[in-house]
Design a binder for this molecule. Structure first.
Ligand SMILES: Cc1ncc(COP(=O)(O)O)c(C=O)c1O
Length: 490
């Protein structure tokens, strides 16, 4: 039996972008729904290509896949036929059935960790994608040197034939560890050797590892209030008790913490740029914190996520660099300066913790990806990163200024704003008569992802403010979107 040439194939003519896939899918579907039956002879690849005005190579590629998967068989000297042993049980052309909606698995069926995380997740999963403008936490992603990075990937890949299979270090790619140790020493005053560096998939993993290495259930953790909600979520999920420590213009109030929560085991803080208020932990408080931690055998997790976005003054020396008693675990990330999806960060751990952190990384996800680590190592070593940081600082400061000017021009009746020395979002304090809720509602109508300060507060905070991320938008976009918001707020 020879199949009628026209029947299963006509729509191949319509869309030749994925023509070889379409040859495959069209013939496969025709077989599975019975239009082409067992032993049907398929026209030759040449005839089919002519009939459908597509390249013969596309038809051959589609045929090869169908033969490999057992739908067609090639009989020498005779042609290609529909197989007599179709693997029907393995495939279906029908869409998956509509299962009745099932209820969410309930609390008793879940782990304590999942139950503790759920309230945080409920808030987070509503965010972001629909509100892409003024999102906080996003750096100048449009400045990322795409072409250069692409060239480096190509170069690294061409030389990776042997090394790719040999790389299995949970603590990270050795060259990256080395260049990072040098880099953080010279730019942030971190004192470390390269073996103290552990490459991780961003700060989120760094916090997870630290919690798993250092905390027991019910251990107390100091957290800035307002502070980083993801850190709070992770520590809470491990069963830790959160001790909220107020934060003022000099950063975390160490005296308050020492007086009220001296039994804490860990302090999580971002001293170079307090999240979300953007303050810098004063030197006297840094020394007091180190002193307290040393006396109480507590650990300090220093989240240095944003220190490179600093505009007038030099980055402050990291707490880690002031620490002489090895209490500080330092975390850096490339999410802000390069892009968040890169998922590369690093820990600098005190020597006695190197092995246990490496172990925890191993049992968490074995190791971080090879290619990105090698590319990043070369990117830093060849000086591209330092150049990129300089360029981004300039661009980002222009963007901050654009937001400051736009708010003063269109929304000065709603917000009080200041130019700041660092950061990628602006804390816009609400004037009397406005509530966070009403302004956020207007923002969402326009797709603006600004966040209310209250989202990051554990106890209620006297200031009402909205946080606007400005780093990812050009001055013109910033101006335009603040103008749109002002039109809704007249
Ligand atoms: C306070 C703080 N730390 C760290 C990060 C970076 O996290 P990651 O490196 O996991 O992307 C963020 C991102 O928004 C942050 O707000």
């Amino acid at each position: 039996m020879v199949c009628k040439p026209q029947s299963p194939f006509p729509h191949l003519l319509l869309n030749n972008g994925y023509i070889k896939d379409q040859v495959y899918h069209t013939i496969r579907n025709a077989i599975l729904d019975g239009r082409l039956t067992e032993n049907t002879k398929i026209p030759s690849t040449r005839a089919l290509a002519e009939m459908m005005a597509i390249s013969r190579n596309s038809v051959i590629a589609g045929f090869e896949r169908l033969i490999d998967e057992g739908y067609l068989i090639a009989r020498k000297g005779s042609g290609t036929y529909v197989s007599t042993t179709i693997p029907y049980e393995l495939v279906t052309t029908n869409p998956p059935p509509d299962y009745p909606k099932r209820k969410m698995i309930s609390a008793p069926d879940l782990s304590a960790t999942a139950n503790r995380l759920m309230p945080f997740w409920e808030k987070i999963k509503l965010m972001s994608d629909q509100y892409p403008i003024f999102n906080i936490g996003v750096g100048c992603v449009d400045q990322f040197p795409h072409e250069l990075w692409g060239r480096l990937i190509g170069r690294v890949w061409r030389h990776s034939k042997k090394t790719i299979g040999q790389f299995n270090r949970p603590d990270g790619y050795p060259l990256l560890k080395k260049v990072l140790a040098d880099y953080v020493h010279s730019t942030r005053g971190v004192n470390c050797r390269e073996d103290q560096i552990i490459i991780v998939n961003g700060t989120q993993q760094a916090i997870n590892l630290a919690a798993r290495v250092l905390l027991q259930p019910d251990d107390k953790v100091w957290l800035d209030d307002p502070g980083y909600d993801s850190a709070r979520a992770i520590f809470t999920s491990m069963g830790a008790q959160i001790a909220p420590i107020p934060s003022d213009e000099q950063g975390m109030d160490i005296a308050y913490g020492a007086a009220n929560h001296s039994d804490a085991r860990l302090v999580y803080t971002s001293p170079s740029h307090q999240f979300p208020l953007g303050t810098t932990l004063a030197l006297s408080r840094r020394l007091a914190l180190l002193d307290w931690a040393n006396q109480h055998n507590a650990w300090i997790f220093e989240d240095d996520y944003n220190s490179e976005y600093r505009y007038f003054s030099k980055p402050i020396q990291a707490l880690q660099g002031l620490d002489t008693t090895h209490r500080v675990i330092y975390a850096g990330t490339f999410s802000k300066m390069l892009y968040p999806g890169l998922r590369i960060g690093f820990l600098v751990v005190p020597e006695p913790l190197i092995d246990v952190f490496t172990m925890m990384k191993y049992y968490n996800d074995t190791l971080s990806g090879y290619l990105e680590q090698v590319v990043l190592a070369h990117f830093i070593q060849e000086g591209h990163y330092a150049r990129h940081v300089r360029r981004v600082r300039k661009v980002c400061y222009e963007r901050q200024t654009a937001l400051f000017n736009a708010i003063n021009r269109y929304l000065s009746h709603v917000f009080d704003v200041n130019i700041t020395d660092s950061g990628i979002h602006m804390v816009c304090r609400l004037k009397d008569g406005f509530t966070e809720k009403e302004i956020i509602t207007k923002c969402r109508q326009l797709g603006l992802g600004a966040q209310p300060l209250s989202r990051y507060c554990i106890h209620s905070f006297s200031d009402k403010a909205l946080l606007f991320g400005y780093a990812a938008h050009t001055p013109a976009e910033i101006n335009e979107n603040i103008k749109r918001l002002s039109n809704l707020l007249v």
